[in-house]
Unconditional design. Sequence first.
Length: 248
Amino acid sequence: MTDYDVVIVGGGVAGLSAGVFTARADLDTLVVNDGVSILYRNAILENFPGFPAGIDSRLFSLMLEEQAERAGCARLDAKVAEVSHADDGEFTVETGGDEDGETLSAERVVAASWSNSSYLEGLDLDFEQSGSKQYVSVDETGRTGVEGLYAAGRLAEQYHQAIVAAGHGSQVGLTLIEDANPDFYHDWVAPEGYFTNRDREVPEGCEEISEDERQRRARQAHDRLRKYVEEWEDERPVPHPSFVEKMG
């Protein structure tokens, strides 16, 4: 059995956004994903802030996956079959079938899959049914009725837009961090002297950097984005499987 601080079920926008925060808080985070994000059904993402002319939704997905990996998230391509909760508070996450599956343990679990929630049916949860869709009931911060279990994005009946999924996933990640209470203050990079010039220690989870280092990181970010776009223009985008099936 492999142990993690956090297991996130679902590698879409909500799940990866949550993972960026939990991994950056030094919580050992695994994202378990089956298939591709529903975002692949979009032709182009035109309503995500920061991209005035829009961005290819598949490119956005790949960039978010890399961001989660750079933050420290591990990834497992598998289907979660069941999540169970022991009396000691630990979660067991079973993937795959009897022969090829894995057993994982986690202190906390984020359910961010859509639209399947059958792996949660063995837990004492409240569900809401709307037509053929089933949602997990959560409070205003993404906590479910089971301590240590959270739900993010569409599974928590949030709006379908990518920006909403990213925001809710991030909120759930921060809520989990608050509950886990690691040595963590704030997830941001400050200019040199922001704390130290006021005779304060730099808090855990925060970093002061010089102007030269700020410019170096800015150039690195610009170069990476440029390479992403150049590489993407040389590749043929892969449509969502449901679209391929429909078109025959």
